[in-house]
Design a protein around this ligand. Structure first.
Ligand code: C2E
Ligand code: CA
Ligand code: CA
Ligand code: CA
Length: 273
């Protein structure tokens, strides 16, 4: 038994060290990824199912590392811990705004782009100025930039978040609460925070919790907030969600996140969705 235990411990150390090695490799890779142009953005259409129109997109970062594509779920936390999220986040904002401006120039003049912001970015002193500069340099009208933050991001530093979100709102930028319903926080912030949109977390849709979805949609409506259902994968979900009064959706049923050229082909031909 003692021998077994020793063996397990050996296995454990080995696994730990594998994890550590990978983490070290990713961290080193991340430091060079920007200059090596290894990042790209994919865009997922956000659809008004009542009209069949693509009303906006969510920009989602992709990292093509020499070892393959690495999920943002794995590298964003490392970027946050190392502070690299700041230049990476600026790159995401700039690329998304420039791309959306390009689509406006092609004639899709009401399309918005939604960009995810991490808690570390929200804590940066120069965030507001960075966003202002990026909007000016890309020429995108601030009304077509949406910023997505999770409940926990918003709640981490409320005293800093509220004035910052207010200032963004005054600039014309829209604020969305991402993964809504998973943050276990009090709902009272919804009236304190200057937000425009609630994105219902995918887990409610995947586990078919229609009563919860219905309640969120009703609450959003009485608070005068827009609502988006995320992670819609099958037609039945789309239909049931629409019956609750929510007609703006995003998910694999419509399209996975795709490269900008592919998204552009959907804009030209929304029936292809
Ligand atoms: P998120 O912001 O909640 O983004 C939605 C995620 O759900 C995306 O995963 C998207 O590909 C996926 N998704 C969309 N539709 C469906 C569906 O119908 N079914 C299922 N199962 N999944 C669907 P992705 O792209 O891997 O991103 C994961 C997370 O990484 C994002 O979650 C976000 O928190 C973070 N992230 C991605 N891009 C950025 C970024 O540019 N900056 C920051 N700070 N975080 C980002
Ligand atoms: Ca998001
Ligand atoms: Ca910055
Ligand atoms: Ca989400």
């Amino acid at each position: 038994a003692a021998k077994e235990k020793g063996k397990n411990r050996f296995l454990f150390y080995n696994q730990q060290s594998d994890k550590f090695q990978r983490r070290l490799k990713l961290e080193q890779g991340l430091r060079k990824a920007l200059q090596n142009q290894e990042f790209m953005l994919h865009y997922q259409p956000i659809v008004n199912v009542a009209t069949g129109e693509i009303i906006g997109t969510e920009a989602l970062i992709r990292w093509e590392h020499s070892s393959g594509i690495i999920s943002p779920l794995e590298f964003i936390p490392i970027a946050e811990e190392t502070g690299l999220i700041s230049p990476i986040g600026d790159w995401v904002l700039r690329s998304a705004c420039a791309q959306n401006k390009h689509w406006h120039d092609l004639g899709y003049t009401t399309l918005f782009v939604s960009v995810n912001l991490s808690v570390r970015q929200l804590e940066e002193e120069d965030l507001l100025k960075s966003i202002q500069r990026i909007l000016m340099e890309t020429g995108l009208d601030p009304r077509f930039l949406h910023i997505e933050i999770t409940e926990s991001t918003a709640m981490t530093n409320v005293n800093q978040a509220i004035p910052l979100l207010k200032a963004l709102g005054e600039m014309g930028v829209s604020i969305s609460i991402d993964d809504f319903g998973t943050g276990y926080s009090s709902l009272s912030y919804l009236e304190k925070f200057p937000i425009h949109t609630i994105k219902i977390d995918q887990t409610f849709i995947h586990s078919n919790q229609m009563a919860i979805i219905k309640a969120i949609v009703a609450m959003a409506s009485s608070l005068n907030l827009n609502v988006i259902a995320e992670g819609v994968e099958i037609e039945n979900q789309s239909r049931q969600i629409q019956e609750t009064g929510c007609s703006v959706m995003q998910g694999h049923w419509f399209s996975k996140p795709v490269c900008s050229q592919r998204l552009e082909s959907f804009l030209r031909n929304p029936e292809a969705l």
